[in-house]
Design a protein around this ligand. Structure first.
Ligand SMILES: Cc1cc2nc3c(=O)[nH]c(=O)nc-3n(C[C@H](O)[C@H](O)[C@H](O)COP(=O)(O)OP(=O)(O)OC[C@H]3O[C@@H](n4cnc5c(N)ncnc54)[C@H](O)[C@@H]3O)c2cc1C
Length: 126
């Protein structure tokens, strides 16, 4: 469930009936100026996943930098749902936009460390 109760008092118009923050194609909060939302709490229209929240963050950073220069950014391109779920040490399942598979080659991508190092690196802590 989205943790957006704190918006109810003054900004209830930006919330969907399920409590997600309404955003337009550029991740701007609908009905507000200079407000943006991303990640799990935003009604972006793609999976609630960390790697997507990161992509939305990169997009928004670029959008804001461009806006300082008086330029606008193109719409955020939504990604199809994908999931890579390791189960134990040598099994797992992968959901691609066109198929679901247990192919080891793909499952093994995440098996080693669940992408933990990759995520730390992306935050600049390793
Ligand atoms: C078990 C599990 C496994 C997952 N596995 C994966 C995976 O393998 N790959 C993947 O890509 N994604 C995965 N996800 C999804 C991923 O964790 C989320 O999509 C991602 O964390 C969303 O990031 P976020 O910054 O939007 O929200 P969050 O990471 O939830 O961050 C929101 C932060 O805001 C804080 N907060 C809440 N309310 C307030 C408030 N009123 N004031 C101040 N702070 C507040 C919270 O404490 C939290 O720290 C998984 C999720 C779960 C639960």
């Amino acid at each position: 469930m989205p943790n957006s109760e704190f918006l109810q008092e003054h900004l209830s118009h930006v919330l969907t009936k399920d409590g997600y923050i309404k955003v337009n194609s550029k991740l701007e909060v609908r009905g507000q100026e200079n407000h943006y939302a991303l990640g799990d709490v935003a009604d972006v229209g793609e999976g609630k996943l960390g790697y997507l929240a990161q992509q939305q963050g990169v997009y928004l950073a670029k959008t804001i930098i461009k806006s300082f220069a008086g330029r606008s950014n193109k719409a955020y391109k939504r990604n199809p749902f994908m999931a890579l779920i390791p189960i134990g040490q040598d099994r797992g399942v992968v959901q691609l936009p066109f198929a679901v598979t247990t192919m080891k080659l793909l499952v093994n991508l995440k098996q080693k460390d669940l992408f933990i190092n990759k995520i730390y690196k992306s935050f600049g802590v390793r």
